[in-house]
Design a protein around this ligand. Structure first.
Ligand code: ATP
Length: 564
């Protein structure tokens, strides 16, 4: 595979992924295509499980989230409004000697340097930056490279027909916000969730599937009331600490899981970080395998109020300045203010706000000084947003007029919802699960022959195959018949693998490598050789090889309790 051989553990993982059919290089028979990966039989099941678990946790298990499935190609106006056409780029530079292309910020970072900007705002490589291909310092100045894949809609390849493959799933959610609101009977606070493909023409795809050019995202946009609205309705805004996620024993954790009407953006943000961490814990990524990065004000986008990245300690994750591995991003949870809906309102000319009758009534009962205070704060917030996103021909007077209208709207019960966005990558999560599950043991027997066995210790919830069904012997029709009956009993409920080829030990080993958490063996006792064991099977645990006897009649419910 095209993976650079930097890391032995990654090499082993990549090799197992190919050997066992988790991940293949896309178009491999033609030499592959950089940054694109296919999921083989086991990988496809793993991925399906992960997406379904996310979807269940985020939509079906909740009353306050609705789902969406939008198209990959949308009006290019969406990407103009979102800022992607103008600013969704990475700095790229080339080595003049060996022609190797680099993402300039990563190149600097890998050498302990920081990519700078000159007085004119253009990127500048710090002195001494070397090409990682040939060591030359003769590099071109970094230039922005837009990551969106372009295509044309219809038969004419003209500027008028340009369209983009979506670089994120989120924007469709904002563009359909009103339709979902009108048809789902949801009221703010509520969320819209979507799982789907995203495409980014990454300058340097790397670390196996971690940075791909085609990948999948699982995104939630959770719409909340602005703090001024909460204050008008409930007198004050509940406050919270933004770092609850780092302490599993925090006594506030459980309490923080019950949404309250007086939560402002900070508590909602903290709530979603905690919810997402619990999701990861529930599929086998314990809190100590994760890391957290709270973006600094310099790192935050101008409209964002906070962003916490949930990291996983991948085999390729580097040590920080203190020698600690913090990990690489699995998911970002951002408090994005009302930027996105505001942008679409301005660019489409369609109102994106909501009307809240309770707010209108509450506002009327507020003392004059409270009204003035909230009005002023909302006005300042809107003016700030409008100023930062102003089109070149917009004047200060126009901005002030619009901000005044917005603040007057608040007094009448109208506002644009703010949003908390937990945005996760499916492929990065799959890679994290594979890396976490991977375990190998090398043993030398009495004759000095060494053998390595591999066990993929997936959490039963995500495991591609839930149970292996194995007749002890292939040439005993009664055993085979019974085993097939057990397979058919379980099949409507879970992914079952029937295997009658080779010794029982070999078959267990095959399932261990696939990550199957349980195997059931149908033997002569199942058929009643020992009458008290009639219609029982041997159940074997993958991780420690432990075995126990279980009644066939109880098998389905026993397994369902483990895999759900
Ligand atoms: P990075 O800084 O690593 O490029 P990002 O901050 O640009 O990521 P977001 O735009 O916040 O990523 O996207 C949300 C999630 O989508 C990420 O947390 C990640 O899991 C996933 N993702 C983003 N880019 C890629 C990619 N090129 N390949 C695989 N997954 C990706």
């Amino acid at each position: 595979m095209a993976e650079p051989k930097e890391n032995l553990q990654m090499e082993k993982i990549v090799s197992l992924c190919k050997r066992r059919g988790f991940v293949f290089q896309s178009s491999e028979i033609y030499g592959g295509i950089n940054g694109f990966w296919d999921y083989g039989p086991l990988g496809a099941e793993l991925k399906r499980n992960v997406k379904e678990l996310w979807w269940n946790a985020m939509t079906r298990q909740r009353d306050d989230v609705a789902g969406l499935e939008a198209t990959i190609i949308m009006s290019p106006a969406i990407w103009k409004a979102s800022g992607h056409v103008d600013t969704f780029s990475d700095p790229m530079c080339d080595c003049k000697k060996c022609k190797k292309r680099h993402r300039a910020d990563q190149l600097c970072e890998d050498q302990g340097l920081t990519l700078g900007k000159n007085a004119a705002g253009k990127f500048e490589l710090p002195a001494g930056t070397k090409c990682t291909g040939c060591g030359s310092t003769d590099l071109t100045e970094p230039r922005p490279f837009n990551l969106m894949f372009k295509t044309y809609v219809g038969p004419v390849e003209s500027d008028d027909n340009v369209a983009y493959l979506r670089p994120e799933t989120a924007q469709a959610i904002f563009a359909q916000f009103k339709n979902v609101l009108d048809t789902s009977r949801q009221k703010v606070p509520f969320g819209i969730a979507q799982v789907g493909k995203a495409f980014r023409n990454e300058v340097t795809p790397r670390n196996f599937t971690f940075r791909s050019r085609e990948f999948e995202q699982m995104e939630l946009e959770f719409f909340i009331k602005p703090d001024e609205v909460i204050e008008a309705l409930y007198g004050s805004v509940a406050s919270g600490s933004s770092r609850v996620c780092e302490n599993a024993d925090d006594p506030r954790s459980d309490e923080a899981r019950l949404p309250q009407p007086n939560w402002g953006w900070q508590v909602w943000h903290q709530y979603w970080v905690e919810e997402r961490v619990r999701f990861y814990e529930g599929i086998g990524l314990a809190r100590d395998t994760l890391g957290f990065h709270h973006q600094t004000p310099e790192e935050l986008a101008h409209y964002a109020r906070a962003c916490t990245d949930i990291l996983f300690k991948f085999p390729f994750s580097k040590k920080d300045a203190n020698g600690k591995v913090t990990g690489d991003e699995l998911e970002g949870i951002a408090a994005r203010s009302d930027f996105d809906l505001s942008q679409h309102q301005r660019f489409s000319g369609k109102p994106m706000g909501v009307f809240d009758d309770e707010l209108r009534t509450a506002w009327g009962k507020l003392p004059k000084e409270k009204q003035d205070d909230l009005w002023r704060r909302y006005y300042e917030h809107r003016k700030n947003y409008l100023t930062k996103s102003a089109k070149p021909d917009e004047t200060t007077e126009q901005i002030q007029k619009q901000a005044t209208e917005d603040a007057n709207g608040l007094a009448k019960g109208q506002y644009i919802p703010h949003v908390i966005e937990p945005s996760a990558g499916v492929d990065r999560l799959i890679l994290a699960l594979i890396a976490k599950a991977y375990s190998e043991t090398t043993e030398t027997d009495a004759k000095g022959k060494t053998e390595t066995t591999y066990v993929m210790k997936f959490h039963p919830r995500v495991a591609p195959i839930k149970v292996g069904v194995l007749p002890l012997l292939k040439n005993k029709p009664e055993l085979v018949k019974k085993a097939l009956a057990v397979r058919d009993l379980l099949r409507p409920w879970m992914n079952v693998y029937y295997d009658d080829g080779g010794s029982i030990g070999k078959r267990y080993a095959r399932q261990d490598e696939a990550g199957t958490p349980f195997c059931v063996t149908i033997d002569f006792d199942t058929l009643g050789e020992k009458p008290e064991l009639l219609d029982t099977v041997t159940l074997r645990y993958r991780d420690d090889g432990r075995q126990e006897r279980l009644k066939i009649a109880e098998l389905r419910d026993w397994l369902l309790a483990k895999i759900r």
